[in-house]
Design a protein around this ligand. Sequence first.
Ligand code: SAH
Length: 356
Amino acid sequence: MSKTLLLAEKLYKNRSLSLEEYEELISCRTPESVQYITKKALEERHKYYGNSVFIRGLIEISNICKNNCYYCGIRGANKNCERYRLTPDEILDCCKDGYDSGFRTFVLQGGEDAFFTDDILCELIKSIKALYPDCAVTLSLGERSKESYKRLYDAGADRYLLRHETADEGLYNRLHPENMQLKTRLDCLKNLKEIGFQTGCGFMVGAPFQTPLHLARDLKFIEEFKPHMCGIGPFIPHKDTIFKDEKQGSAELTCYLLSIIRLICPNVLLPSTTALDTIDPKGCEKGILSGANVVMPNLSPANVRAKYTLYNNKKSTEVQSAEGLKILKKRMENIGYKVTCDRGDVIKISDGKSKI
Ligand code: SAH
């Protein structure tokens, strides 16, 4: 039996490997290790979530951002980005459309836009929760103070997504300007979890300069942090960034990593991301068939959707119309899965091995 396959078995059994072992699992992957890990990831996924695919309605509330992440199309310094901001009323309209289509989680994502103060967000969150008490509210609005996170949580927000982007400090510094620090990002994640949010981290696959050792650090971080959610997708270059000529990440490696993450945290909520579906016409299906159990269709108004360009050619799963959601349901049915219209919270594991 190959050494990589032995490592794969060890990961399945222990939900843990050393940094060096993770690195080897990635760089020395073989068709056998990929096949084994995918099979076990699906078994684990089915144990906790059956064949349900949870849907989250993504509302991109603003592309105005004070940060300047080098890879991101909406970074503050990009003069070619046409900026927009939804009003709280427009956001509530998106929630209404989403609710009518069957969505029971709304994800408010955006750049770090100073307009969205704690007061404005708290009022918005309270309005959403008052109108739709059976829905979860997820925020993905970047780094804020612990006090701010606490206020948003107390106003009723349930979950927070903040990708750590990379757990390697050297790589973090090559992807971000000096005023952004990995430590701040990790402190935010720690604070979110302490406050009580269902917390999501995540990273890009195939980011510029990224090596298997960097990815191994991401996996070790996920093993230790035990996120409730984890968003990973391929890096895709954007024309207005210094990384415009870099190679995009691969769908194959993204799927392998999705399966590995499912084995590290069997009950994690794991999206098959838009970025994956953008680089591969069957990306969404491939993610689900690697152990993902969440899809996040776009509920943003059609007239702003093209402006939220984190990367080029971003695909938008069209769900504004009932027809659009039907297509997604069909895509999932075709591979034996079922879109589920409920909040889709994380399932607790009670075997003593998981602390999620
Ligand atoms: N401002 C929020 C939301 C960021 S956008 C925050 O800081 O969390 C959501 C995610 O898109 C980012 O975390 C990043 O991982 C991803 N992203 C940005 N640019 C990308 C690119 N060029 N290719 C692939 N993913 C990208």
